[in-house]
Design a protein around this ligand. Structure first.
Ligand SMILES: [Zn+2]
Length: 231
C-alpha cells in the first residue's frame, strides 16, 4: 500500500539550517520597530538569508506609480499634491502584491494602525509579528548621532560609520551637518508618535497570539539570530 510517510530518517542528512530555510521560506512576517531600531536592515537580512520578499509601503507606491497601474495613478495624484496616500489605495496595493506572491514575505512599515491590520487580515494570514524592542534612550543616542553631507548626501553615523575627520565628508570634503529631524527634541517627538500609534497594534497582535518581542539591542548579527530563533 502506498504510504505518504517516508520511512527514511531525514534527520541524518538534513541539518538545522536547511530545515529552517525550507520551513521559513513561506513565512508571512510583520516586522514592527521604532525609527532607529534597525528594522530595515533586519528585513534585508531576512530577504538575503531566507528569501523572504521585503515589502515596504514606500517601495510599493513607487513601483505602482512607475508601472502606471490603476492604483498607481490614484496614488500619484495624492503624492503630486504632497498629500498622504489614503488607506484604501495603500491597502489595495498591498493586496495586489501579496495575493500575487508565491514566496513568503516580510512587511516593513505596514500596518501602522489597527484599521490597516484589520484590512490586512481580510486577505492574508500572518504567521509571526516580530516587535523589535529598543528603549528610547538607546534610540535617541542612535538617531542623534547621524551627520549628513550637504553636497553628496552621504549619511554618516558618529557611532557606527564615523567620518575619518571630524565633521568632514570623506568623499567630497564638505562640512557635515546635523539634520533638524535628527535633533533630540525632534527624535523624542517622533518616538512618541510611534509609541502612541503602535501600542494598540502590539496589543492587537498579542491578543491574536502571534506577537514575539525581540531585544533590538546589540549588533546586527545578534539581533538577526534572535529573530531567527523566534520563528
Ligand atoms: Zn560629501
Amino acid at each position: 500500500m502506498y504510504s505518504l510517510c517516508p520511512k527514511k530518517n531525514m534527520d541524518n542528512f538534513i541539518n538545522r539550517d536547511v530545515l529552517l530555510l525550507s520551513i521559513s521560506m513561506g513565512f508571512k512576517i510583520i516586522l514592527l520597530g521604532p525609527p532607529g531600531s534597525g528594522k530595515g536592515t533586519q528585513a534585508e537580512k531576512l530577504n538575503d538569508d531566507l528569501g523572504l520578499i521585503r515589502l515596504s509601503t514606500g517601495d510599493m507606491l513607487r513601483e505602482a506609480v512607475r508601472d502606471k497601474t490603476e492604483l498607481g495613478k490614484m496614488a500619484k495624484e495624492y503624492m503630486d499634491k504632497g498629500a498622504l496616500v489614503p488607506d484604501n489605495v495603500v491597502i489595495g496595493l498591498m493586496k495586489e502584491r501579496i495575493t500575487s506572491l508565491k514566496e513568503g514575505f516580510v512587511l516593513d512599515g505596514f500596518p501602522r494602525t489597527v484599521q490597516q491590520a484589520d484590512a490586512l487580515c481580510e486577505f492574508v494570514d500572518v504567521d509571526h509579528v516580530i516587535n523589535l524592542d529598543v528603549d528610547d534612550e538607546e534610540l535617541v543616542s542612535r538617531l542623534t548621532a547621524r551627520r549628513s553631507c550637504p553636497d553628496c548626501n552621504v549619511v554618516y553615523h558618529l557611532l557606527y560609520k564615523p567620518p575619518m575627520k571630524d565633521d568632514t565628508c570623506d568623499k567630497c570634503g564638505a562640512t557635515l551637518y546635523h539634520r533638524s529631524d535628527d535633533t533630540e527634541t525632534t527624535v523624542r517627538a517622533r518616538l512618541k508618535v510611534y509609541r502612541d500609534s503602535t501600542f494598540p497594534l502590539i496589543e492587537y497582535y498579542e491578543k491574536k497570539g502571534i506577537l514575539v518581542n525581540v531585544d533590538g539591542k546589540g549588533n546586527i548579527q545578534e539581533i538577526y539570530e534572535a529573530i531567527e530563533d523566534s520563528l
